[in-house]
Write a protein that binds this ligand. Structure first.
Ligand SMILES: [Zn+2]
Length: 184
């Protein structure tokens, strides 16, 4: 959701190419390094399809965003967004399979080399969060100039900023200057 920054003012797109989408999968650890390498190659070999998948990635992001935005604002969830998200979840589910791992099984995907495979764990991760008891810990950043969402995994669930270095420090600096000003 945060890959479109400043979405209500001057939107800055971080997903400009299919490679950016794969990098997002790498950074968020929903893709393993072997898959990242394969998708890089495949994306270069089929740029038209890669561009289409990038469009789907943004559509999925916006559907996820609209659902979470409504939940945070305590508004009814837009049906169209939920329907779109469900379509991506169903698409992902069709590729899920159980794979034996040491001592048990893990969820895995078939066709992990397909360009759209980058979308499956993202859709599934959103679905799992929405259907979990963690949902109430999804927050919007406290900063008025930031529209990022975050999952508050802190012990007391009192985190207010998306990221301490990004927004927490900015708020601290502002408070510092406000105090200084009041002293004059
Ligand atoms: Zn923030």
């Amino acid at each position: 959701m945060n890959t479109l920054d400043d979405r209500y003012t001057t939107p800055k797109e971080s997903l400009e190419t299919y490679i950016d989408l794969v990098r997002f999968g790498e950074d968020t650890q929903v893709l393993d390094s072997r898959q990242v390498d394969r998708l890089f190659e495949r994306g270069q070999a089929d740029p038209d399809h890669a561009q289409t998948v990038l469009g789907w990635g943004k559509e999925l992001r916006e559907a996820i965003h609209d659902v979470f935005r409504a939940l945070i604002d305590k508004c009814p969830v837009p049906r169209a967004a939920l329907a779109r998200l469900n379509a991506y979840i169903q698409g992902a589910s069709g590729h899920m399979r159980l794979a034996p791992v040491k001592g048990g099984f893990a969820w895995n995907y078939d066709d992990a080399d397909e360009l759209e495979s980058v979308l499956w764990p993202i859709a599934r991760s959103a679905a799992e969060l929405l259907a979990s008891d963690q949902l109430s810990y999804v927050r919007a950043c406290f900063s008025k100039t930031c529209e990022w969402f975050f999952l508050d995994t802190s012990k007391n669930h009192q985190r207010r900023w998306c990221d301490m270095t990004r927004c927490g420090n900015r708020a601290k600096v502002r408070n510092f200057y406000a105090r200084q000003k009041n002293n004059y």
